[in-house]
Every structure is written in structure tokens, then in C-alpha cells.
Design a protein around this ligand. Structure first.
Ligand code: RUQ
Ligand code: CUA
Ligand code: CA
Length: 642
């Protein structure tokens, strides 16, 4: 542990308050009390960071203001929080371009209304949606050669333990998997290579951490001593669950190595407590490493069990069963009390585990972890090459590709920029190594942080986005619910420069930012994407088989192919609509009054809805998406005979 007085650029009072390690609860309470106050100064009890010159602020702000017609240079994929979607932003402007619905119905797209989206979301036997709430936290994208390859992105739903995949060719959700045997599914990270086949240098798996422990199988027992947590691997292509690892303690966030050999999760509840006091009773917790090749070998060799009705192979990753490094599937590296984010440095060498209740970050060298698995490192904790003080409440870390890390300090309402090599030198005993490069106040209480291309080999150190959990006085008041404040910081120079504030609806959590040319989105579908496509207006009509009726229709501005269609009360109707307009940006909508139907069809897209024609009458089905000068006239009549 460093001498607090030596901490470079330490805000005044850090030394006095840095004993959060032993007085964590007191420290947390003080921090939260501060952030309920109205003024900025109360929220940042630490002395302000050295201010950047005013002119730097002015020019940095200007960079976020794109002239009309100018395009952003980066995409940001943001988790939507409670809205259960993925938000697509352009950066540096911070403009929200679209939202991709995943877990929760969306009234614009008709997500949760159309048969296709319901099949992805999952339904109950009566055809209604299985879930209509979500809590998305983490977004990540697929890799090739250590950089994003534009195939897929993933996002998690913590409430119902679901993982959604987004196709980045069309920016749509195409699969959702519910993880068995877990609750509080939190961190995700795709792997970046196959641990045994160097030719597979792209994502084939997504790793998922479960934060809560539950009885396995979930019998409802009150004895929390019997609860367990699991680490889950999902196949990136099939989205099927490949295997799970039973562990001691819990999972929180997840990181993966560039060689595909290791994944890790930080653990804040190695105590396996059911109450927060219990969860913070030990001085240290762990960063738990998984040896991917060995786990897959064990699964192949049949060394697993299954739990309850789930068929997923579960291997034993508990401490007791993994004491021999030569056969171990897991390795528990000790880190200070209740750590949070674990992040992989872009040089592929380190995982950095933020302290949360400890004012430190722990740097773990991956080659040493592998040495331990080879029986060449006596103690796994020798893989820790630095444990340095950063400030209060370190949560998540981003990178600039120039050897610097940027860590959010939740309690200090700051971002600290620090040099990883210098931190290692300082930890080794070089007390002159000034590893803290800069600090900047953010507004307020930051959680997530990410830099442009941060967790890729192409980290370019241009911009940093910071997800501030509280905005307080930064925006016009609009009722009791405050937006969160996503701030943008210029990190191209030595000093960080605050560029912009952006209000966002609660509450986004994590995000990634990448160069715009890494994706090649298509803006017109092909008819063949859809098995039900009505490829020609001549195929339109009402097709009856008893009470089951299929209505086939196409749209071409400004008309639907059927001017009217007749049904009988009680019919079970499936309406299929193909948009035959094939030029970009020509989207139509289709709404049926009083039938709770509205959805859009993009160029050459096909969607269907199924409903019971239980209300007799005339219903003007109309186009809900402005498409043409005769948009208001674009209608068809649904006549339901009594
Ligand atoms: S974890 S702060 Cu999902 Cu940090 Cu959000
Ligand atoms: Cu078609 Cu508006
Ligand atoms: Ca703990």
C-alpha cells in the first residue's frame, strides 16, 4: 500500500478519507448523502482538480457541435437501462440516432406486437409475452483480430437473466437467450479468440457473470449458506448456453483476454453473504479467473453434472476442487474488499480490477496467471503486479492505447488518469514513479466509463464518455426524476478536457464507442430474409381455413395492396405485410384501431401479427409512419362482420 501523502495530484483530504477500506459503510453513506445535496460543490467534497484553461474548454466544446449535415466519426452503443433497448449514438456530437428494442416492447417498431419479435422475446403458452420489464447494463460487440468486426453486439438483462444479440448489419435484435440456474446476470464479455485454435481469432463465445446466489436447483430454501452462483458461456452463433461453472462467491463484471485463454470476473461477495454487512465483512474479495480451454476439455470429457431440468453441463469451479494448478479450471486472485469493474488493457497484458470500497486498483498480469495454471508460479496472488491508490470509489476503467488508464471515482466524482507502467513501478518500490497523470471533476458520481475503441487493440485515445449517475443541477428541472448525465471528455492531450454534458433517460450503464467504418449497416432488406414475404401485390388476399384466416398484403406508397378486407367476428387472423418499397428511408406503419396493433415495415421488410377479430365493425387501418404526400390517405378498411 502506498503512503497516502505520496499520492501525486491527490485531492486535498484524500489521505484523511482514504480509509474507506476499514470504514466502507461510513464512507459510502457520506458519499450518497453528499450526492443528494443540490449544489455541485457539496457533491464533490474533494478539492477541485486543476482546471484546464478556458480556451481549451471552448474549443473542446466546439468539437461536439457538428455543422448541419455533418456526420459523427464514432458510433456509440449504449445500454438503455430500464427501457430494455440498446441506444445508438453518434459521437462526438452525442446525438441519439436510434434505439434497438430487445427485451421490452417498443411501440414504434411494433416490438412485442409482431409475431417475429414475440418469437425472439419469448412467450407464455397463451401467446402473451413472458416478460415486459428489463434492466440492461452491459453492451459489447464481436471481435476479430482484437478489434470489432461489425457482426454482432450483445446486451444483458439483469432482471430476467437474458442475453440479447444484435445483428449489426441491420441493427436489430435477432436472438434472446435466458440463462438457466442463475439470477442477477450482470457482466458480459465476448471472447476475442479461441484458446486452442489460433486460426479462430474472432468471437465464438459470450461469457456471462451471475451476481446473485440462489439455491441450485431453486427450491426456495431460506438457508442462504446453500446458495450458489455460476459463470455461464453462451455460443455466439447459436446463442445456446454451452456450459456453466459453479463457483464460490459471486460474479459481477467480466473481462476476456486477447488470446482467448482467460476470462475473469470480479467478486464482491466471496463471503457469500445474504445481507450487505455480510457481503463486506472480509477485507479482501477476489478476481476469479477461468481457464477456458480446460473448462471446455472437462465438458468434452463428461466431467460435469446438470441441475434440475436444465441440460446445460455444469463443471466444478469451486476453490476446494481447484487447488492443483495443473488441473485447475479456476484461479481466485485476492483483491481488496468489494471490487467492481474488471477491464482488459488494450496491450493484452493486464486485467485491472477497480477497488470500489477500497481506494485502489489492482493490476493483474495475465502471463503470470497462465504461469500459475502451468504450475510455474507458486502463489496465484503473485500475478498482482500493482495495487495502487487512485481515489474514492473506483468503479470502471478505460484505456487510451498509450499506456494510460482512466478510472471513475464514484465517491470523489472524478475521473483519474493514471499510467499503468508507472503504477507497476511504484508498486515495485519506485516511490518516485508518479503514476497519476491527471484528475478531472465530473458531474456527478460516475459509474461507467469508456474511451473510443477502448477495449480493443485499436484503442485510439480520442474521446472518453463518462456515465454520471446523478445530474442534479446540470439540466433544466423536469420533475422529480433527474436524467443521468453522460459527459464527453477529450483525452487526446496530457490533460483531460470536459467537452459536453448530455442528459439521458435512466439508466444507461455501460457502452462501447468505435470508429464508424467498422460497421457497414444495410438500410434496405432483401425479400428473402423473410420466409413469409408477400413478394408480389398479386399474392395479396384473404385466405380462409375454417376460423383461421391469413391476410396477405403489401405496401407501396401511398397504398396498401388491399383497399379493404373482410373478416367474421371470432376469426383468428394472421396479417402479413411486406413493404415492397425498396428505396432507403421509405418506411410504412400499420395500425388497427382498437386492436392494439401498430408496427412499422422498413423497405422490403415483412412482418406479421396475429389477433382474434373479436370486435365487429369497420376499422380504418392506416399508415402510421410518414411516407408520402398521400400518407394520410394511405389506409385500408378492415370490416369485421358480426
Ligand atoms: S455495473 S455502474 Cu452494470 Cu458498474 Cu453499472
Ligand atoms: Cu405509408 Cu405513411
Ligand atoms: Ca466482500
Amino acid at each position: 500500500m502506498s503512503d497516502k501523502k505520496d499520492l501525486p495530484l491527490a485531492p486535498a483530504g484524500l489521505g484523511r478519507r482514504s480509509f474507506i477500506n476499514t470504514a466502507a459503510l461510513v464512507g459510502l453513506t457520506a458519499g450518497v448523502a453528499a450526492c443528494t445535496e443540490k449544489t455541485g460543490s457539496a457533491a464533490t467534497p474533494a478539492a477541485p482538480a486543476p482546471a484546464a484553461p478556458a480556451s481549451a474548454h471552448a474549443s473542446a466544446g466546439a468539437a461536439t457541435h457538428l455543422k448541419p449535415g455533418e456526420l459523427d466519426t464514432y458510433y456509440g452503443l449504449w445500454s438503455g437501462g430500464h427501457t430494455g433497448d440498446m441506444r445508438v449514438l453518434g459521437l462526438p456530437s452525442g446525438r441519439e440516432i436510434t434505439r434497438i428494442p430487445c427485451f421490452v416492447p417498443d411501440a414504434l417498431v411494433g416490438w412485442g406486437i409482431t409475431n417475429e419479435s414475440k418469437a425472439i422475446m419469448g412467450t407464455k403458452p397463451d401467446g402473451s409475452l413472458k416478460y415486459t420489464v428489463a434492466d440492461t447494463h452491459h453492451t459489447h460487440a464481436s471481435y476479430k483480430d482484437g478489434n470489432y468486426d461489425g457482426r454482432y453486439a450483445w446486451i444483458n438483462d439483469k432482471i430476467n437473466s437474458r442475453l440479447a444479440r444484435i445483428r449489426l448489419d441491420y441493427f436489430v435484435c435477432d436472438k434472446i437467450t435466458e440463462l438457466p440456474n442463475v439470477q442477477g446476470f450482470h457482466g458480459i464479455f465476448p471472447d476475442k479468440a479461441d484458446p486452442v485454435d489460433p486460426a479462430i481469432n474472432y468471437t465464438t463465445r459470450v461469457f456471462c457473470g451471475a451476481e446473485f446466489s440462489i439455491p441450485l436447483p431453486n427450491t426456495g430454501t431460506e438457508d442462504s449458506g446453500k446458495y450458489r452462483s455460476m459463470f455461464t458461456c453462451v455460443d455466439a452463433e447459436s446463442m445456446e448456453v454451452r456450459w456453466q461453472v459453479l463457483i464460490d462467491g459471486n460474479c459481477d463484471l467480466t473481462a476476456t483476454s486477447y488470446d482467448g485463454k482467460l476470462a475473469a470476473t470480479n467478486q464482491y461477495n466471496t463471503e457469500m453473504g445474504a445481507k450487505y454487512e455480510d457481503m463486506m465483512s472480509s477485507e479482501r474479495d477476489a478476481c476469479l479467473f477461468f481457464n477456458i480451454a480446460r473448462i471446455e476439455e472437462a465438458v468434452k470429457a463428461g466431467k460435469f453434472k446438470t441441475i434440475g431440468t436444465s441440460k446445460v453441463p455444469v463443471v466444478d469451479g469451486t476453490l476446494e476442487a481447484n487447488k492443483d494448478p495443473k488441473t485447475a479450471l479456476t484461479a481466485y486472485v485476492s483483491v481488496p474488499k468489494n471490487p467492481h469493474g474488471v477491464n482488459a488493457s488494450p496491450d493484452g497484458k493486464y486485467f485491472i480490477c477497480a477497488g470500489k470500497l477500497s481506494p485502489t486498483a489492482t493490476v493483474i498480469e495475465l502471463s503470470k496467471v497462465l504461469e500459475w495454471f502451468d504450475g510455474k508460479l507458486e502463489k496465484i496472488d503473485a500475478a498482482i503486479v500493482a495495487e495502487v491508490e487512485l481515489g474514492l470509489g473506483p468503479l470502471h476503467t478505460a484505456f487510451d492505447g498509450r499506456g494510460n488508464a482512466y478510472t471513475t471515482l464514484f465517491l470523489d466524482s472524478q475521473v483519474v488518469k493514471w499510467n499503468v507502467d508507472k503504477a507497476i513501478a511504484f508498486h515495485k518500490g519506485d516511490k518516485a514513479a508518479k503514476y497519476v497523470v491527471d484528475r478531472i471533476d465530473v458531474h456527478y458520481q460516475p459509474g461507467h466509463i469508456n474511451a473510443t475503441q477502448s477495449e480493443t487493440k485499436a484503442a485510439d485515445g480520442k474521446y472518453l464518455a463518462v456515465g454520471c449517475k446523478f445530474s442534479k443541477d446540470r439540466f433544466l428541472p423536469a420533475g422529480p426524476l433527474h436524467p443521468e448525465n453522460e459527459q464527453l471528455i477529450d483525452i487526446s492531450g496530457e490533460k483531460m478536457v470536459l467537452m459536453a454534458d448530455h442528459p439521458v433517460r435512466g439508466e444507461p450503464h455501460d457502452f462501447i464507442i468505435f470508429k464508424r467504418d467498422l460497421v457497414k449497416p444495410k438500410q434496405v432488406y432483401t425479400l428473402d430474409e423473410f420466409p413469409l414475404a408477400v413478394k408480389d401485390p398479386k399474392e395479396s388476399g384473404v385466405f380462409r381455413s375454417g376460423k383461421k384466416v391469413t391476410v396477405k398484403m403489401t405496401s407501396q406508397a401511398p397504398a396498401f395492396s388491399l383497399r379493404e378486407f373482410k373478416l367474421k367476428k371470432g376469426d383468428e387472423v394472421t396479417l402479413i405485410l411486406t413493404n415492397l418499397d425498396k428505396i432507403e428511408d421509405l418506411t410504412h406503419g400499420f395500425a388497427i384501431p382498437n386492436y392494439n396493433v401498430n408496427f412499422i415495415v422498413n423497405p422490403l421488410e415483412t412482418k406479421s401479427v396475429t389477433f382474434v377479430a373479436d370486435k365487429p365493425g369497420v376499422f380504418w387501418c392506416y399508415c402510421t409512419h410518414f411516407c408520402h404526400a398521400l400518407h394520410l390517405e394511405m389506409r385500408t378498411r378492415m370490416i369485421v362482420e358480426a
